[in-house]
Ligand binder design. Sequence first.
Ligand code: SAH
Ligand code: SF4
Ligand code: F3S
Length: 463
Amino acid sequence: MSRPPAKTVHIKTYGCQMNAYDSTRMAELLAGLGYAESPAAEDADLVILNTCHIREKAAEKVYSELGTLRRLKQGRQRQGANMVIAVAGCVAQAEGEELVRRAPTVDLVFGPQTWQRLPELLARQQAHGAAVVETAFPAAEKFQALSQRKPSPRTVSAFLTVQEGCDKFCSFCVVPYTRGAEVSRAPADILAEAEALARRGVREVTLLGQNVNAYHGGGLSLAGLIDRLSGIEGLDRIRYTTSHPRDMADDLVAAHGTNDRLMPYLHLPVQSGSDRILKAMNRGHTVDHYLRLIERVRQVRPDMAISGDFIVGFPGETEADFAATLALVRAVSYASAFTFKYSARPGTPAATREDQVADDVALARLHQLQALITRQMQAFNRAQIGKTLMVLMEKPGRKPGQILGRSPYLQGVHMEAPESLIGQIVPVTIKAIGTNSLSGHYAPRARTDSVLAFPAPHGETTL
Ligand code: SAH
Ligand code: SF4
Ligand code: F3S
């Protein structure tokens, strides 16, 4: 008897790392149902768009993609095949039934907390032929599914969700509505997943959460969890993202000065440098609070790379408010940062304010801020030239003979070296900087010192 041809799934991911993590989990779950991953939508039996609702542009992209998929689906149907179209993630959660009304080609809608029900949802859709919409918030059920996962491909660096959701309700943001309330996973489940990853050769984990430093599972803080994870053999690098200034606890700051597996990179969004705007954003912290945090982190870890998120053009933002943001950026000096033009999101308090900033004004501010941050990023990168950094080599580079990895500061580093170094943490002497990455050469005999033992932010050597 010949085996039925394997079904194929194509997953397209938008938005943050939590979506990327969920997409990987969906692929693993579907592999168990006989679905092979297809790099193209054209010949897939099932297409999943794992969507993001954070800004209007992100949400609109989904509808234009659905237009393309509708034509592909019709083409397949003419040939007697079918294509099941599913919308997952935050647009699915926010729009629910509305998605099917606007795009009747959609067969399945499910939110970020319910992808573990995919087998059942697919069966229901196939049995009834009608669209199925699932937007419940069973976070505990999702975490349960995560702990039963069988990690698939061999990767060097992996994401690991430890916390979901947000209770902060910043006045511009949809996340508390799309991802639900803050929930932490049990430490034992996280440790088991990390151990399984390490056994498969993963050397680095990035702990994920919308407010990852608000983690509090089984009596452990994020620092406590990181401490436990540091005992896992082979797991040499630990990162976490995204943090909120209000949850940057003393023990987490201190861990950066004592734990050499904790990488010297901190993504700590501030959004604005004006206290007036921070208050209107309901951020719950001031500029001074943020700057003191950065200072304390740099005291324990002088070479810390600081990253952040900024929104320009929030309703009511004046030239003086924007100047205060530029001043904050100059005071911090970022290694990288993400800058966004405010996007009014339906259902959020800021969207109904009458003092919306004109689009051209917001755009001009965005460009100005981006230019400043690009200069800072280049200066940070340039400062690495001549240093020998420990680089975790992750994959082959774009050019033959090249391999690509990441520095402790999350910079991409490429060099000419054999692929056998992939998966290893090796000393690389930095020779030059490109637009978004560094290049160097393998320096097995170069001296590299841990900056934890020799704090010297502008010294010759670093971790
Ligand atoms: N939980 C994280 C960030 C989640 S969203 C935190 O609190 O830092 C990622 C980034 O998108 C935010 O930091 C913010 O800068 C940006 N963002 C969120 N809502 C936005 C909106 N309505 N318009 C523009 N940018 C937005
Ligand atoms: Fe959104 Fe604010 Fe929560 Fe971050 S802290 S996810 S910006 S509401
Ligand atoms: Fe987007 Fe949802 Fe992440 S709105 S940024 S995919 S939490």
